[in-house]
Each structure stands twice: as structure tokens, then as C-alpha cells.
Design a binder for this molecule. Structure first.
Ligand code: CU
Ligand code: ZN
Length: 170
């Protein structure tokens, strides 16, 4: 029995260590380009160095929408002031699951029939900690159209319909 309790405690500690999280950041996305899309994106650096991204949006036209971190932390001019995709390694645009892809290439998110996006994924393309790939200070942008994951350097995702700046949580 004692052995079992000890074993359980070790298991619990191991589980906690693997789930421990580092710094986190969030972006509040506002509507641009005449859309009604808005919401939040939360980014948490996990113990293994990956970043968990949690996306909650409403008012999004149902369907598939390109979703990226962009270069500049500026949502002006209907998001155009954010520049191109966040690309610290100067690579080609692509799907997040294949190489090469921009650090900011998060692929697509899908809005349901009620205009809601709720999705969560992990990435090793960006960090929250300071460094060349840190997403902090950059813009998160939702597009009107799907990212085709091929067209250079934008994915041909069309207008920018929601934008927010990634800010480090206190
Ligand atoms: Cu984009
Ligand atoms: Zn890209």
C-alpha cells in the first residue's frame, strides 16, 4: 500500500511537470474591414517549449479563414499596417504542419454556422519568451478567405477581418 501511494505521488508529480506552463500572452481581436469578427487568442508556453494557442472568436462568417501572426504590432489601415506574415527565418509561406513555413503561419480556423471559432492547437514555430521567434508584440490576423497554404507569400487569404496585438500577460 505504501509503495502504491509513493508510486501515485511520483506519477502525479511527473504529470504536473509535463503540464507546467511558462509565460503566457493574449491578443484581443477587434473587427476591421467592415466585419463583425472579434474575440481572443491566448498563447501559453508549455514546459516542453511548445506554445498552446487557444482561439475564441464570434461574428465570423461561417467557413474556413486564414489565420496568422503578422510582422508588425499594428492593426491600422484595416490590418494592412501589420505587414506580411511573421517570418523571422525568411522562409517560404506554407502549412504549419510542413516545412518550410513562416513562423506566423497558423494555417486556417473554421467558423461554425453560428459564426463561432473555438479551437486549440500547439506550435513550436513561435515562443512567448523573448527571442527571435517570440510572438509578443506582433499582430494576430483573421482573414476573409481560406489560406490555400501554397500561394507565396500570403496564402491568398484575402482581406483582413479581425486583428489584435499579442501582449505578454502580467
Ligand atoms: Cu494573415
Ligand atoms: Zn505565411
Amino acid at each position: 500500500m505504501k509503495k502504491f501511494v509513493l508510486f501515485s505521488i511520483i506519477l502525479l508529480l511527473a504529470a504536473c511537470a509535463s503540464m507546467s506552463s511558462g509565460p503566457s500572452a493574449s491578443a484581443t481581436l477587434g473587427s476591421i474591414s467592415g466585419s463583425n469578427a472579434s474575440g481572443t487568442v491566448k498563447l501559453t508556453q508549455l514546459g516542453d517549449g511548445s506554445v498552446r494557442v487557444t482561439v475564441d472568436l464570434t461574428g465570423v462568417p461561417p467557413g474556413v479563414h486564414g489565420f496568422h501572426i503578422h510582422d508588425k504590432g499594428d492593426c491600422g489601415d484595416n490590418g494592412n499596417a501589420a505587414g506580411g506574415h511573421f517570418n523571422p527565418a525568411t522562409t517560404a509561406h506554407g502549412a504549419p504542419s510542413v516545412d518550410p513555413h513562416h513562423a506566423g503561419d497558423f494555417g486556417n480556423v473554421t467558423a461554425d454556422a453560428d459564426g463561432r471559432v473555438h479551437t486549440e492547437f500547439t506550435t513550436r514555430s513561435v515562443t512567448i519568451e523573448a527571442g527571435p521567434n517570440s510572438a509578443v508584440g506582433h499582430a494576430v490576423i483573421l482573414h476573409a478567405n481560406p489560406d490555400d497554404l501554397v500561394t507565396q507569400p500570403t496564402g491568398n487569404a484575402g482581406a483582413r477581418i479581425a486583428c489584435g496585438i499579442v501582449q505578454l500577460n502580467p
